[in-house]
Ligand binder design. Structure first.
Ligand SMILES: Nc1nc2c(ncn2[C@@H]2O[C@H](COP(=O)(O)OP(=O)(O)OP(=O)(O)O)[C@@H](O)[C@H]2O)c(=O)[nH]1
Ligand SMILES: [Mg+2]
Length: 391
């Protein structure tokens, strides 16, 4: 599957940059392309300059709202981010239109941090503008939820997340939810942490996107997972994860290759990798709520078999009984045994509902605070009316 990726704001731009890097890895290591174009859209010049892989020209690193913000960002005011995206969205559309490989694109993927200003405000507006122009292509979002400490220290965080989620949900075909807090490692510095988190966010997409693009017969699975399967799976709130089998591969002597213990051990490895993928989902949620799900088993062809694929599917059905499940295998020459999982059309995501509830509370609190300020000012006017004003 080939995606055209657009990162909005700093967080979105950096993750789009990571997708561009993923494409280089696919190209160098596997001779295939999974990204038809990578773009970063921002109101902040410094953020755009800090990217590594996205082409450095103005068509790929797109500065919007230059006149309004002088290239310094919108300072977490996501309404301003949305307004600028509405005014300058044409710059993004023009850049995409000029993409040579646009016709090969299976879907658009827009990315943003929900608690910021530019990305949080721009993502739904740009998704809508693209939807109007490219009706035939699915539009997906990756929305990054803030760290816990940001919710308490940054006044607008909850409001921005709530408004971003609501607006994006009404326009995107599917939204991958990513919880920053879930990836936090106490050991590294913030900068290392973010780079590390971004790499972890995109990792489950690698095999998922590559599998359907393989042309060499030896890398085509007995049940190939292609763009059609992924598109059919992605609807509404979605989470993604991947896991590796930590169990060592036991090499059986030749005369025991058909022994039942060999088969049992092989299956266990697949199910164990699947368990890890479920434990590593991009947002903690209840898999019972998923109406659609997808899994992909990849690893050395010698270590995989059809039964293993079926067994993982059966296991997923137990975890997500309401879901229509699609699955496949992706044989490789070497490497670890990996499972990628997508749970989609989630009906009841506790964390999202919590943001909506707290969003309403924060609007209420802000309103009362404003009324308090106005009352205090009126009292000041009355009590000290005899002091002349210089205005
Ligand atoms: N995972 C991840 N999160 C990030 C990254 N950079 C920022 N964030 C998160 O994104 C949110 C802030 O959004 P930003 O993208 O920095 O804001 P912006 O869209 O640039 O908007 P303004 O700076 O207000 O104009 C916070 O919750 C950060 O924790 C990143 O590289 N990776
Ligand atoms: Mg910024």
């Amino acid at each position: 599957m080939k995606l055209l990726v657009i990162g909005c704001g700093q967080c979105g731009g950096r993750i789009a940059d990571e997708f561009a890097r993923l494409n280089k890895r696919a190209h160098r290591g596997r001779g295939i392309e999974i990204i038809t174009g990578a773009f970063a859209v921002n109101t902040d010049i410094a953020d755009l300059s800090g990217l590594f892989t996205i082409e450095p020209d103005y068509r790929h690193r797109i500065l919007i709202g230059g006149q309004k913000t002088s290239g310094r960002g919108v300072g977490k005011i996501n309404e301003l981010g949305a307004e600028i995206a509405r005014e300058d969205g044409d710059m993004v559309i023009d850049a995409i239109r000029a993409t040579r490989r646009l016709p090969e694109t299976d879907a658009f993927l827009l990315i943003a941090g929900a608690a910021g200003g530019t990305g949080s405000g721009a993502i739904s507006v740009l998704t809508q503008q693209l939807k109007e122009r490219y009706v035939e292509k699915p539009l997906y979002n990756i929305i990054v939820l803030p760290f816990k400490h940001e919710e308490t220290t940054e006044a607008r965080a909850i409001y921005n997340v709530a408004t971003c989620l609501k607006s994006a949900y009404s326009v995107a075909d599917a939204l991958f939810l990513v919880d920053n807090q879930r990836y936090l490692s106490k050991k590294s510095s913030i900068r290392d942490n973010l780079a590390n988190i971004n790499a972890q966010i995109v990792e489950p997409f690698f095999n998922l996107l590559c599998a359907g693009e393989e042309k060499k017969p030896k890398y085509i699975g007995s049940r190939m997972l292609d763009a059609g399967d992924i598109i059919q799976t992605l609807v509404g709130w979605t989470v993604v994860g991947s896991g590796k089998s930590q169990m060592p591969l036991i090499r059986f002597p030749f005369d025991l290759t058909r022994h039942f213990t060999k088969k049992a051990t092989e299956s266990q490895r697949g199910v164990q990798a699947m368990g890890e993928a479920i434990g590593e989902l991009s947002l903690k949620c209840n898999p019972m709520d998923a109406r659609r799900a997808l899994y992909l088993l990849s690893g050395p062809s010698k270590e995989m078999n059809m039964e293993m694929v079926t067994e993982i599917g059966t296991h997923l059905k137990v975890i997500a009984p309401e879901a229509v499940i699609r699955g496949g295998d992706y044989p490789r020459e070497k490497g670890s045994l990996d499972v990628s999982v997508v749970l989609s059309e989630l009906s009841d995501v506790g964390k999202v509902m919590d943001y909506f509830t707290r969003g309403i509370q924060s609007i209420d609190t802000a309103k009362r605070k404003q009324e308090g300020i106005e009352r205090r000012y009126e009292r000041l006017e009355i009590d000290f009316k005899d002091i002349p004003s210089l205005l």
